[in-house]
Design a protein around this ligand. Structure first.
Ligand code: DC
Length: 243
């Protein structure tokens, strides 16, 4: 059956559950892919970017500058970020309030990319991400999951696509609510965010050496899902036979 998990939770057998790391630039389709793989393999889907977005939203609400690392770090003591995996992505709670929709806005995405350059911000969130995945059984997507958060992940996928294609997909998804937004402006914003994410000094966006690259520029999403499922299945079989 299409949606039946292939690898339902195997904790009873005392085995460590697998971690699937999906990294790549904005707009590559990581969230959709992560949600699909989580359903297919019976894993929890965790969007690490939503945590950076939630902290960025807190900075916006508290009028803290995105460039002031010490002031951002001072927010940690009064900030609680929770991810609740759902079938189509994560519900995001900031200090107990549902901010799932708000963190998707462009101003928050832009702020998230800016606050995420700071080593203290990254250390604080990476510790929480590791705790969330400590028992395995997760698909986590982001920029540094395979390189930094879970360097020993059983499966690492780096999902990429040409900026024009990612921008066009984002633009088509944005719908009538964002009618004032042009395709060119979406592509320009993605390029800017990519450049910042790829060139920051701490844990820049890059493929882990042992990640499998999927360039979806000329692929349909069904093809991306089929290829990814094949990769996960092969890697899990390999990990099982090594145990
Ligand atoms: O995946 P996203 O678009 O929700 O991420 C928002 C920003 O957060 C992204 O521009 C960079 C940052 N981020 C990061 O630095 N490391 C991650 N693991 C996830 C996101």
């Amino acid at each position: 059956m299409e949606n039946e998990p292939i690898n339902p939770q195997r904790e009873d057998a005392g085995q460590r559950l697998p971690v699937v790391a999906i990294d790549g630039p904005a707009g590559a389709g990581k969230s959709t892919l992560a949600a699909h793989l989580a359903r297919r393999f019976g894993l929890l889907n965790l969007e690490s970017g939503a945590m950076y977005r939630a902290l960025a939203l807190k900075a916006i609400e508290c009028d803290v500058s995105f460039t002031d690392e010490a002031a951002l770090a001072a927010l940690f003591a009064t900030t609680r970020i929770e991810l609740q995996p759902q079938s189509e992505g994560n519900r995001v709670l900031l200090d107990g309030h549902d901010v799932t929709r708000r963190v998707r806005d462009r101003d928050v995405a832009e702020a998230a990319s800016q606050v995420s350059v700071h080593p203290q911000v990254r250390a604080w969130l990476v510790a929480q991400q590791r705790a969330l995945g400590a028992r395995g059984g997760v698909v986590m997507e982001g920029r540094d999951i395979g390189t930094k958060v879970f360097p020993n992940a059983e499966v690492k996928i780096f999902l990429d696509a040409a900026p024009e294609v990612r921008g066009q997909r984002r633009f088509l998804q944005s719908g009538p609510a964002q009618a004032a937004v042009t395709e060119e402006s979406v592509i320009a914003a993605l390029r800017e965010r990519d450049a910042r994410d790829r060139t920051r000094a701490t844990s820049p966006l890059e493929a882990a050496e042992d990640a499998i690259l999927i360039d979806s520029t000329h692929m349909s999403f069904d093809e991306v899902m089929a290829r990814s499922e094949e990769i996960v299945r092969q890697r899990l079989e390999k990990a099982d036979s090594a145990q």
